[in-house]
Design a protein around this ligand. Structure first.
Ligand SMILES: [Cu+2]
Ligand SMILES: [Zn+2]
Length: 173
């Protein structure tokens, strides 16, 4: 009976154990702060869990940009991470940059919390789709997800100025 109870408990523990966080980006810039954590959920599938404060209320474009180079602020992170050479889109669109994460939505207190699952990226450092060493950028304006009917929409989603950014690094286990 004792053994039976213990094995049930062990099973529960296993079920509840979370996948370790593989990568992390810590934002602290222009009054915006918070963290985005990256979890592997499948082959080239990653779940991003984020929480930020210090935003203006409303929608803000949220992307993985190509480089983790912040030597000139968020500008030197360059364009959206786009290993497939596609046009810009929303996170669930067929045609999208791998780094397109859509928008985060901040409440009246300037807090944005949520999660999103992305296809076409990896948290394995050796993968050509790896996001390690790249950066996340939070924009001033809403990302139109490529539906803005102009050239810029298919490049940047017209998300405007780069408010804050952070390098994506390996998370400590
Ligand atoms: Cu961006
Ligand atoms: Zn994009």
């Amino acid at each position: 009976m004792k053994v039976f109870a213990l094995s049930i408990m062990a099973g529960r523990t296993r079920k509840r154990r979370k996948e370790p966080c593989a990568a992390i980006a810590v934002v602290d810039m222009n009054g915006v702060s918070g963290v985005a954590r990256f979890y592997k959920t499948g082959r080239n599938r990653v779940r991003v869990v984020y929480g930020f404060t210090g935003l203006t209320s409303g929608m803000h474009g949220f992307h993985i940009h190509q480089y983790g180079d912040l030597s000139e602020g968020c500008k030197s992170a360059c364009a959206h991470f786009n290993p497939s050479g596609s046009t810009h889109g929303g996170p669930r669109a067929d045609s999208r940059h791998a780094g397109d994460m859509g928008n985060i939505s901040a409440n009246s207190r300037g807090e944005a919390k949520g999660s999103i699952t992305l296809r076409g990226i990896s948290v394995s450092p050796s993968s050509p789709l790896s996001v390690i060493g790249r950066s996340i950028v939070i924009h001033e304006s809403r990302d139109d997800l490529g539906r803005g009917k102009n050239a810029e929409s298919l490049k940047t989603g017209n998300a405007g100025r780069r408010l804050a950014c952070a390098v994506i690094g390996l998370a400590s286990p």
